[in-house]
Design a binder for this molecule. Structure first.
Ligand SMILES: Cc1cc2nc3c(=O)[nH]c(=O)nc-3n(C[C@H](O)[C@H](O)[C@H](O)COP(=O)(O)O)c2cc1C
Length: 259
């Protein structure tokens, strides 16, 4: 049976309309679910860097929420003063949005991590064990080679010892810069010291191999073939642990929780 050209065009147009309704309908319907999954993924990463879940362990949504609620308190801090911001709801605080809003952020000074804007306030996670803060988890971000790396660094209650580092988003090359996600490399971080004796952030991913944490506390092995990503990790940690990032908060945190 032969169809007219008009029929074929109309048929194709009708298929396009039906498909676009289907695709846009599912995007709208799944939007909340996507947001929920993003939050869950972020919470899982926080539990991961805190050492509260094993690397690669898969947890149900309920298990993540239970572990999170039991062990972690999210607080919003004022970066300039280092004080916890009273009356700001940490659950609904969106740091990425704050960093883009001129009313809630400021331009960053020239820096190696290529951070452009600094939010006035930032979200940190305090890990509580037996009623005491045992570590703090800080969000960090900065340029690698191809992309901005977004992650978390966990610092012990002593305000200096790194308990873990993890990234939840980047687009470095798998097998090269992408090795930031390699569990063997991530295992090199716990026990390293972020700061020197005058509380300057000196942690460095060096080119080549570092010694064990006890002997070479300020260095971590470089990623082979990925010197630029490695440098990016050094720069982003130093920026966010420094005076324009969480430096003032860490100074107060040490006063309250160390020892
Ligand atoms: C396709 C391709 C992808 C690369 N991806 C990365 C990367 O993700 N991170 C990185 O630091 N270097 C990457 N490099 C290598 C850099 O261009 C550069 O050579 C390297 O960082 C130097 O590190 P090395 O001194 O350890 O060899 C890539 C190179 C190529 C050709």
């Amino acid at each position: 049976m032969q169809h007219s050209t008009g029929f074929i065009v109309m048929f194709a147009a009708a298929i396009c309309v039906v498909c676009s309704i289907f695709v846009s309908g599912s995007a709208v319907l799944l939007k909340d679910r996507q947001l929920e999954n993003k939050i869950l993924d972020r919470q899982t990463k926080v539990l991961d860097v805190a050492g509260l879940v094993e690397e690669g362990q898969s947890l149900s949504r309920a298990q993540v929420l239970e572990l999170f609620e039991k062990n972690i308190e999210a607080v919003v801090v004022d970066l300039e003063s280092g004080d916890v911001a009273e009356g700001v709801d940490a659950q609904s605080f969106d740091q990425a949005r704050a960093a883009k809003d001129p009313a809630q952020s400021k331009e960053a000074p020239e820096n190696d991590a290529k951070v452009r804007r600094i939010p006035n306030q930032a979200l940190v996670y305090q890990v509580k064990q037996e009623g005491k803060v045992s570590m703090v988890i800080l969000p960090v971000e900065g340029k690698g080679l191809w992309s901005t790396l977004y992650g978390f660094v966990a610092i012990d209650a002593d305000g200096n010892t790194i308990r873990g580092l993890t990234f939840y988003q980047h687009a470095e090359t798998p097998g090269l810069g992408g090795e930031v996600d390699n569990p063997s490399w991530k295992a090199l971080w716990p026990g390293r010291k972020a700061f020197d004796s005058s509380w300057q952030p000196v942690i460095e991913v060096k080119k080549g191999a570092a010694g064990p944490a006890a002997e070479d506390p300020h260095h971590v092995d470089g990623l082979s073939g990925a010197t630029l990503t490695s440098r990016g990790v050094t720069h982003l940690l130093r920026f966010w642990l420094g005076e324009h990032g969480f430096g003032p908060y860490m100074a107060k945190f040490r006063g309250q929780h160390a020892g």
